[in-house]
Every structure is written in C-alpha cells, then in structure tokens.
Design a protein around this ligand. Structure first.
Ligand code: BEZ
Length: 220
C-alpha cells in the first residue's frame, strides 16, 4: 500500500474526542481500557521498540517517576508493536541491569490494533513501529492533550508531568496557564465576556493586570 493510502485509513483521535476503547494483552494481563481508565486520568504512550536505547531511557523515566503520576491520580499504560515475550524479557533485562522496574502495563500490540486506533503508526516516519505518542486522557475518558515525537528524539518527562498537572489545575480552578507555566506560578483568569465584566476587571486591583483581557492571579 502507498504511504498516502495508509495515511487515509489511519484513525487519529483528536483533542476533545472520547478515547477509543479496546481490549489488549499487556504485561499485567488482559486489560479493557475503559475499565482501566475509569475514574482516573490515564497517560497512554507508545514507544517504537523494546531493547532500543532511547526507548529504554524513556520507559525508565516513566518508571522512576511513577509515584508522581500516582499522586496526580494518573495511571500509566505503555504500548509497542512487540510480543508479550519481548516485553517481559526487556522489563526483566532493565531490572537486572539498572534496578528500574516498569511497574505499569505495557500493551503487546502485535496486530497493531491499538496503534492504528490511536494514530500511533505514522507510515512516513516508520511503517511498522509506533512513533512516540503520548495521550493524556481525563476521568471522563476524553482526550485532553496529545504529543507526537519521532523515533530519534526522546520525550521530556518534566514536560509530560507539567502539562498533566496544568490540565488538572485548569479544570479545578477554571483558569488557563501561560507560556512556560510551572507549578506555583501565577495563572490566567478567563477574560471578561461582557462590557460590564470588562469594567469590573479594569477596576479590580487584586489581580495582576496587563489589560482587561490579560490578568493573572496566585492560586491559593
Ligand atoms: C530507540 O529507542 O533508540 C530507537 C527505536 C527505534 C528507532 C530508532 C531509535
């Protein structure tokens, strides 16, 4: 099949879509995604191949910072188009070499069912290996943020945790987060929608204002 034809049949969930449900074999047994995701945030991420260097650093990064994901009520689930035997051997190999244990399910997507469902196969990058995708899925199973990285560039774990926390803070406090926002920084208050609200905002000295449409406050 031509690459362009493959592109046409690839499903790509978009921000705001319900995350597609599936059942898959993982290193923690068979998982039905809708049950795994129930009442939690989920970070679903793919890697191109087991026993490869960049992937090993990334998976180790997820494993080493799992407690931070736990604190954010977030379950991890990895994926690659490798067999369950390959996954088990790789998990054991990394544990023996470094002491780091991948204590979250990794999907063995040999038939590419889940990778196709989530647009993780991007054939102009690679025909049979998933790219480095990260899907941030909220407790309503809605896709809230998507990252795609190519095969040769590893992801940034600080950024993954930063945007996860940003999404949660935005939901909880009904605020937006500015450029380079880090936990503890001021947040953006939604801009006014009426002239009356605009005048109220202009008269409000309790917030840091650039103008009526750009105002920030501390989160207390
Ligand atoms: C890696 O993880 O190092 C890797 C995997 C697939 C292609 C290129 C690099």
């Amino acid at each position: 099949m031509e690459n362009t034809e493959l592109n046409k049949v690839t499903q790509m969930p978009r921000i705001g879509d319900l995350a597609p449900d599936f059942e898959a074999m993982t290193t923690k047994g068979i998982i039905k995604f809708s049950e795994y995701a129930k009442d939690n945030w989920v970070v679903l991420f793919s890697h191109p191949a087991d026993f490869t260097p960049v992937c090993t650093t990334e998976m180790s990064g997820f494993a080493q910072r799992k407690a931070e994901f736990d604190k954010l009520n977030t379950r991890l689930i990895g994926l690659s188009i490798d067999s369950i035997h390959s996954h088990l051997a790789w998990v054991n190999n990394v544990r023996e070499n470094t002491g780091v244990y991948f204590d979250f399910p990794i999907i063995a997507d040999l038939d590419m069912k889940v990778s196709k469902l989530y647009g993780m196969l991007q054939p102009n990058e690679h025909e049979t290996a998933a790219v480095r995708a990260v899907f941030f899925i909220d407790p309503e199973r809605k896709v809230r943020l998507i990252m795609y990285y190519p095969l040769n560039v590893g992801r940034n774990m600080n950024e993954i945790l930063r945007v996860l926390e940003a999404l949660q803070i935005s939901d909880k406090h009904k605020v937006a987060l500015p450029l380079d926002w880090q936990k503890g920084d001021k947040v953006i208050i939604p801009p006014p929608k009426t002239l009356e609200e605009m005048d109220e905002r202009l008269a409000d000295d309790s917030v840091e204002k650039t103008d009526f449409y750009l105002a920030k406050k501390e989160l207390v």
